[in-house]
Design a protein around this ligand. Structure first.
Ligand SMILES: *Cc1c(COP(=O)(O)O)cnc(C)c1O
Length: 362
C-alpha cells in the first residue's frame, strides 16, 4: 500500500474541468467576481438550500468579514475544540477570545457553559458544527436573544448538512464555510459566507472587494477576499459529484463503524440529522492507547490526524481558561483516513491495525 493520509483532495473529471478552463481562456476574465464565480454562487445556493452564498478566497477571510459585517467588538465566546483559525482570526482582528467548554458526547459548545461566560463585554457567540454535527442552535439563539448577542456559525465542516430537513447553514446571523482542498467540497482554497439578510449580503460583497461599490466609489472599509475564476472552475466541476461523494463516504464510515463501534466511542449526532460524513473520529480510553494505535498505523504508512490537538485553551496567545472536557477529549481523539478514493478493504485493514494495537478484536 502507498502512503495513506487522513484525507486526499477530491479531483474532478478532467474533461469537465477543462471545459471551464476553456471558458476562462476565451473570456480573459480571471477574477473580480467573474462569470464562473457568479455561476458557482447560484449553483451552491440551489444545492445547499440557502438564500445567499458569497464566495471568498478562503474560510478564514469569510470569518473575518463576518466579524466586521456584524460590527463585533470586545469578547466573543467560542469553542477550544476546533481548528486554530476559528480562534486565531478573532485575535488577529483585535477581538477577545473567551472559551466555553464543550459537550463531551457531541464535541460541540455546551450552551450552559456559554451562558456562564457571558459578560457585559460579550458581543457574539461563535459555535462550530464540529465534524458536521449540528450545534444546539435553539438554546444558543435563546441566549443570544436574551443578551442581545450576534451568532456566527463557523460551519466549515457542515457543507450539505441538514437538520429536520433544512440546511443548518441558515442558522444564526451568518454562517461561514471553508472550501480548502482538504474539505469535503473544495475550490483549492476558498470559502463562503451564508447570509440571509439581503442588505447585509450586499454589504459583504463590497467588503470583500476593498469596499468598492463602483470604479470611483468606495463605500466602506474593505479587504481583498475575492475568489478567482480558476477556484470557481474547480468548484463547478466538483459540485455535480457531491451527492455521490457523500454516499461513498457514508459507506466507508459504516465499514469503520461495523468494525470499531463495539470497542470505541465515536461522536453522538443530533437525531434528525442528514450527515455529510466529512470526518471519522474515534475516541480512545486514554492518550497512551491513542499513541499506541497511531504508532502502529504510522509503521504501515497510514497517517490519521489528531483533530483537534491541542485543545486551543492550551495556547499562550489565546484564552487559557480551563475547559476540562475539551482538553480531555483532544488528548484521546483521532480522525481516521476518509476520502473518496479510499476503499472498504483499506478501511478494514486500518480498523484491524487499531484493534490489534488496542489488545485485539473482541
Ligand atoms: C478549515 C477550517 C477553517 C479555515 O478555513 P481555511 O479555508 O483553511 O482558511 C476554519 N474553521 C474550521 C473549523 C475549519 O475546519
Amino acid at each position: 500500500m502507498s502512503r495513506i493520509n487522513v484525507t486526499s483532495p477530491l479531483l474532478p473529471d478532467r474533461e469537465t474541468f477543462d471545459k471551464f478552463i476553456d471558458r476562462i481562456f476565451s473570456s480573459s476574465r480571471l477574477t473580480n467576481c467573474g462569470p464562473l464565480v457568479q455561476e458557482l454562487e447560484a449553483s451552491l445556493e440551489a444545492y445547499l438550500g440557502v438564500k445567499n452564498v458569497v464566495l471568498v478566497s478562503n474560510g478564514t477571510l469569510a470569518l473575518q468579514i463576518a466579524y466586521k459585517l456584524l460590527d463585533i467588538k470586545g469578547e466573543v465566546i467560542t469553542t477550544p475544540f476546533t481548528f486554530i483559525s476559528t480562534a486565531s482570526s478573532l485575535v488577529w482582528d483585535g477581538l477577545d477570545v473567551v472559551f466555553a467548554d464543550i459537550n463531551a458526547g457531541t464535541f460541540n459548545l455546551d450552551p450552559l457553559d456559554v451562558e456562564n461566560k457571558i459578560t457585559p463585554e460579550t458581543s457574539a457567540i461563535m459555535p462550530v458544527h464540529v465534524f458536521g454535527n449540528p450545534c444546539e442552535a435553539e438554546k444558543i439563539q435563546e441566549l443570544a436573544d436574551k443578551h442581545g448577542l450576534k451568532v456566527i456559525y463557523d460551519a466549515s465542516h457542515a457543507f450539505g448538512v441538514k437538520f429536520k430537513g433544512e440546511s443548518i447553514l441558515n442558522l444564526g446571523d451568518v454562517s461561514t464555510l471553508s472550501f480548502h482542498a482538504t474539505k469535503l467540497f473544495h475550490t483549492i482554497e476558498g470559502g463562503a459566507l451564508i447570509i440571509n439578510d439581503d442588505e447585509l449580503c450586499a454589504h459583504a460583497r463590497k467588503m470583500l472587494n476593498f469596499g468598492f461599490s463602483g470604479f470611483e466609489s468606495i463605500d466602506c472599509l474593505g479587504i481583498n477576499a475575492k475568489m478567482n475564476e480558476f477556484q470557481a472552475a474547480m468548484g463547478l466541476s466538483l459540485l455535480p459529484q457531491m451527492d455521490e461523494v457523500i454516499r461513498k463516504r457514508k459507506a466507508l464510515s459504516e465499514c469503520y463503524d461495523s468494525l470499531l463501534s463495539k470497542k470505541f466511542v465515536s461522536q453522538s449526532f443530533q437525531s434528525e440529522t442528514e450527515r455529510n460524513y466529512s470526518y471519522y473520529p474515534i475516541v480512545f480510553s486514554d492518550e497512551a492507547a491513542l499513541l499506541r494505535a497511531q504508532h502502529a498505523l504510522n509503521k504501515k504508512d497510514i497517517f490519521p490526524r489528531r483533530y483537534f490537538f491541542p485543545s486551543l485553551n492550551e495556547l499562550d496567545f489565546l484564552d487559557r481558561s480551563e475547559a476540562p472536557k475539551s482538553t480531555g477529549l483532544s488528548k484521546r481523539i483521532i480522525c481516521l483516513p476518509l476520502y473518496n478514493d479510499l476503499t472498504t478493504e483499506v478501511c478494514s485493514t486500518i480498523a484491524g491495525i487499531i484493534l490489534e494495537a488496542s489488545g485485539g478484536a473482541q
